[in-house]
Design a protein. Structure first.
Length: 229
């Protein structure tokens, strides 16, 4: 039986199909993901909350990031009070301006205000730190609630807004220099689970400063690192 489909219709369909393929071919390829500017340390100092002070924690961040191929400058997310003539340090003031991305290119937060929920809108929206995105410098997930062992406790020494405590209690295990069985350091949960709230940076204090103490409460002496440039 002879086809009754008009020749112009067949030609139009072929042209449309060819045009679609051409449009697809001309789409630019997706660009590379943004370079890593945030990670959870794959390991701590091995001495509990004794990180060698804030400077020692910065060195751990830098060493791990450099080994992972980063050329950025890195700081640990830690706060410390004014002690021994030294000015107080707020974690939020030492991590750059953002935005920050994990090792897979997922955005963690756009800015310091976004990271800490400084406005009501930002607080309601929340930042993007959670078990899926809070990866270590190798792009690997970090154990949380439900994993064995649970290692969701992150050393921060900080209040919810990223500032240091101003009361008479030490929340930093001697400014990150103690691995004693006594003392305390403020912790957050990277998986936003447990501890009475869903804070990534100020969930509960530790029970002691040693590695064993931190492990016993669901940690491993890990902390957050941010690129400042």
């Amino acid at each position: 039986m002879k086809s009754t489909t008009p020749t112009f219709a067949i030609g139009f369909a072929i042209a449309l199909t060819a045009g679609s393929y051409l449009a697809i071919a001309q789409q630019p390829p997706a660009g590379p993901p943004p370079p890593m500017s945030f990670f959870v340390t794959s390991a701590g100092s091995g001495k509990g909350a004794d990180l060698g002070g804030v400077a020692g924690a910065d060195r751990i961040c830098q060493t791990l990031a450099t080994a992972a191929g980063s050329t950025k400058t890195w700081h640990a997310y830690l706060s410390s009070p004014a002690v021994n003539g030294q000015a107080a340090v707020n974690a939020r003031d030492r991590i750059g301006a953002g935005p920050w991305f994990n090792a897979k290119g997922a955005r963690i937060a756009q800015s310091v205000a976004d990271l800490h929920g400084d406005t009501l809108e930002m607080a309601r929206r929340g930042n993007n730190i959670n078990k899926t995105t809070a990866l270590n410098e190798k792009g690997e997930p970090v154990n949380g609630v439900g994993d064995t062992p649970n290692q969701h406790d992150m050393i921060t020494g900080s209040q919810l807004d990223g500032t240091t405590f101003t009361d008479a209690t030490d929340h930093t295990c001697g400014n990150y220099s103690s691995s004693a069985t006594t003392g305390t350091v403020q912790l957050g949960h990277h998986d936003r689970t447990g501890g009475g709230n869903t804070s990534w940076n100020a969930t509960h204090p530790s029970r002691g400063c040693s590695q064993e103490n931190l492990v016993a409460t669901g940690g491993a002496g890990r902390f957050y690192c941010f690129a400042i440039n």
